[in-house]
Design a protein around this ligand. Structure first.
Ligand code: 4AV
Length: 330
C-alpha cells in the first residue's frame, strides 16, 4: 500500500503545515500538523473545553460507530516551545492520504495550552517520531506510521515541504519526480525517539564549507532551523543591521537586509537553503524588522532541522532496520 497527502502552510511564513485526515465512521475530517519531533497523535475533540477552541475542527468519538474508549488511559505532552496538551484516548479508524490504520490510538484533548488555542488552523498533531516517545499511560501507543508500516510497499514516508505553497507527505514509496540528483542516506539514532542524524558541516553563502559533525533532529513540527551559537553568530555577522534581540528571543534584522544562503552537509551531499527562507517573518505584522529563520540552539538543548531546512530538500524517513534518513536537492 501507499498514500499521499497534502501539506499546506498555515500562514505566509510557513509557521506550520497542515494535512487533511479522516477519523471514524462516518469519517470526520480534521487538518493536523505532521510532527516528526513527537509521537502522540492528538486532536481537538468534543472533550476539549469550548473556551479553549478557537475555530478548530473537532473529533467527536460519540459520533463515530467505530470509536472505542481506551479505558483508564491518559496522555500529557509538553513541546519544545512550551505549548502543551493532555487528555484521554479512543481507538478508531484513521486515514491519511488514502492509507487507513484500523485501530489507531486517537488522543483526545481535554486541555490545550493557549498557543494551541491561538492556532486556529491546527486541529491537532500526528506524531511521526519513534513510538517510544508516545506519552499514553499506562500502555504507550503506536504512531500512525508504525501501525501501517508493515502494509506499506516500502517502510518509508517522505516530506516534500514547500515555501509558501502546498507540498506533500508520501507513505510507502519514494517519488522520483519530487527531487533532483541522488538521495544521500545517513544513519539515524532512534534512541532519543527522534529522527536524529549527523550533518557533516555547513557553509554560509558562497563561503568555504566548514566540515564539522552537527548532531540534530529532522523535525517537521518545528518552524525554524536551530544550530550551535558559533554557526549562527558567524551567519548574522554577514547581515547588515542584525542583532540578537532579547526582546524577540533571537536574531532580528531589517526586513530589507540582503541575507546569505545557508548550506548544510549530509555526508558528501549539500543542501542549500535559499536566503528567502531565512528572512522568516516580520516580528509583528507589517513591521520592517524581521525575525531570522536560523537561530541558536543553545536555549533549545538540541540542534533542530525544522521546516526552514526541510523545505529546501526532499527528505526520506526510512523506518526500516536500521532506520536511516535520506536527503536530496529538489
Ligand atoms: C505554536 N505552538 C503550538 C504548536 C506546537 C507544535 N509543536 O510541534 O511543538 C506544533 C504546532 C503548534 Cl500550533
Amino acid at each position: 500500500a501507499t498514500g499521499s497527502a497534502a501539506a499546506e502552510p498555515i500562514d505566509e511564513s510557513d509557521q506550520a503545515y497542515i494535512t487533511p485526515v479522516t477519523i471514524g465512521t462516518p469519517p470526520q475530517t480534521l487538518e493536523l500538523d505532521v510532527d516528526t519531533g513527537s509521537s502522540d497523535l492528538w486532536v481537538f475533540s468534543s472533550h476539549t473545553p469550548p473556551s479553549q477552541i478557537h475555530g478548530q475542527q473537532i473529533y467527536s468519538p460519540n459520533k463515530s460507530s467505530t470509536a472505542k474508549l481506551l479505558e483508564g488511559h491518559t496522555w500529557s505532552i509538553t513541546y519544545g516551545d512550551g505549548s502543551a496538551s493532555r487528555g484521554n484516548v479512543y481507538i478508531d479508524n484513521f486515514t491519511v492520504g488514502g492509507l487507513t490504520a484500523e485501530k489507531q490510538a486517537v488522543q483526545c484533548a481535554q486541555q490545550v495550552s493557549a498557543s494551541f488555542t491561538r492556532e486556529t488552523h491546527v486541529d491537532g498533531l500526528i506524531g511521526l517520531g519513534f513510538s517510544t516517545l508516545n506519552t499514553v499511560s499506562p500502555k504507550s501507543q503506536l504512531t500512525f506510521f508504525d501501525n501501517v508500516k508493515s502494509g506499506l510497499d516500502s517502510p518509508v514516508f517522505t516530506a516534500d515541504l514547500k515555501h509558501g505553497a502546498a507540498g506533500t507527505y508520501d507513505f510507502g514509496f519514494v517519488d522520483k519526480a519530487k527531487y533532483s540528483g541522488e538521495i544521500t542516506y545517513v544513519p539515524v539514532n532512534p534512541d532519543p525517539g527522534y529522527w536524529a542524524f549527523n550533518s557533516s558541516g555547513y557553509a554560509i553563502g558562497s563561503g568555504k564549507f566548514s566540515a564539522s559533525a552537527i548532531t540534530g533532529i529532522a523535525d517537521t513540527g518545528t518552524s525554524l532551523l536551530y544550530l550551535p551559537t558559533a554557526i549562527v553568530t558567524a551567519y548574522y555577522r554577514q547581515v547588515e543591521g542584525a542583532t540578537n534581540s532579547r526582546t524577540y528571543g533571537g536574531y532580528v534584522f531589517p526586513c530589507s537586509s540582503s541575507l546569505p544562503s545557508f548550506t548544510f552537509g549530509v555526508a558528501d551531499a549539500r543542501i542549500t537553503i535559499p536566503s528567502a527562507y531565512i528572512n522568516y517573518a516580520p516580528i509583528t505584522p507589517g513591521s520592517s524588522t524581521c525575525f531570522g529563520g536560523l537561530q541558536s540552539s543553545s536555549g533549545v538543548g538540541i540542534n533542530i532541522f525544522g521546516d526552514v531546512a526541510l523545505k529546501a530538500a526532499f527528505v526520506v524517513f526510512n523506518g526500516g532496520s536500521p532506520p536511516t534518513i535520506g536527503w536530496a536537492q529538489k
